[in-house]
Write a protein that binds this ligand. Structure first.
Ligand code: ADP
Length: 190
C-alpha cells in the first residue's frame, strides 16, 4: 500500500533528512524567492554555481544537483507551471487553448513535475524524497487542485516503483498542511 510510504509534515524543506529534496524552481534555475530562495540559502553558493552549468530547465521537467550544505544529498529542480486558468474540478477534460479551463496545460505540466522528479530520483538511487507544494506560491496554482494532482501522481508512481520508500510532502503553513491532509485522505488511502 503506498499510503504508508507517503508522509506529510509542516515545516522547512531545507532541513529535511531525506536523500533528495525537490525545489520548485523557475526555468532559469538561477534562483528565486519562496522555497527556491530558502533552499539556495541553506545549501550555500555552490548550489547556484552548479545550477549555472545546467542551462535552465523547461516547465514540467527536472534536473538534479548535489545538495552541498543541506542534509539532503541531492536537490531536484523542477519548474512548475504558472497558473493562468480558471478553477474547475480536477480531472476535467481539456478542450484546448482558449477554452479557459486547462487550456494552458497547467494540470498536465504540474503532474509532469512530480512524475519527472520521481523518475530522476529513481535513476540516482534515491529512496526518500521530499516535495514542496509546487506552483502554489508565487505561481498562483490553487492549492486544493494542486495538492490533489500531487498526491495522485505520487501515489500512481509508488504503485509501480518500489525503489522509492518514502515521499514526504512538506507544507510551509498550517493551512497548506490541512489542504494536503484532506487530499491524502481522499486519494492516498483509497
Ligand atoms: P512557486 O513559484 O512554484 O509557486 P513558491 O516557492 O513561491 O513556488 O511556493 C511554493 C510553496 O513552497 C508555497 O506553498 C510556499 O509557501 C512554500 N515554501 C516557501 N518556503 C518554503 C520552505 N522553506 N520549505 C517548504 N515550503 C516552502
Amino acid at each position: 500500500m503506498p499510503a504508508n510510504r507517503i508522509a506529510l509534515v509542516e515545516g522547512d524543506i531545507a532541513v529535511q533528512h531525506v536523500d533528495a529534496i525537490v525545489n520548485a524552481a523557475n526555468t532559469s534555475l538561477l534562483g528565486g524567492g519562496g522555497v527556491d530562495g530558502a533552499i539556495h540559502r541553506a545549501a550555500g553558493p555552490e548550489l547556484l554555481a552548479e545550477c549555472r552549468t545546467l542551462g535552465g530547465c523547461p516547465t514540467g521537467e527536472a534536473k538534479i544537483t548535489k545538495g552541498y550544505r543541506l542534509p539532503a544529498k541531492f536537490v531536484i529542480h523542477t519548474p512548475g507551471p504558472i497558473w493562468r486558468g480558471a478553477p474547475s474540478p480536477v480531472g476535467a477534460v481539456s478542450t484546448g487553448e482558449g477554452s479557459g479551463v486547462g487550456g494552458r496545460d497547467e494540470d498536465r505540466l504540474l503532474a509532469n513535475c512530480y512524475r519527472n522528479s520521481l523518475s530522476l530520483a529513481v535513476r540516482h538511487g534515491v529512496r526518500a524524497i521530499a516535495f514542496p507544494s509546487i506552483s502554489t506560491g508565487i505561481y498562483g496554482f490553487p492549492i486544493e487542485r494542486a495538492s490533489r494532482i500531487a498526491v495522485r501522481e505520487v501515489k500512481a508512481f509508488l504503485e509501480k516503483e518500489s525503489g522509492i520508500e518514502k515521499v514526504v510532502f512538506v507544507c510551509f503553513s498550517r493551512g497548506d498542511f490541512t489542504v494536503y491532509q484532506s487530499a491524502l485522505e481522499e486519494i492516498a488511502n483509497q
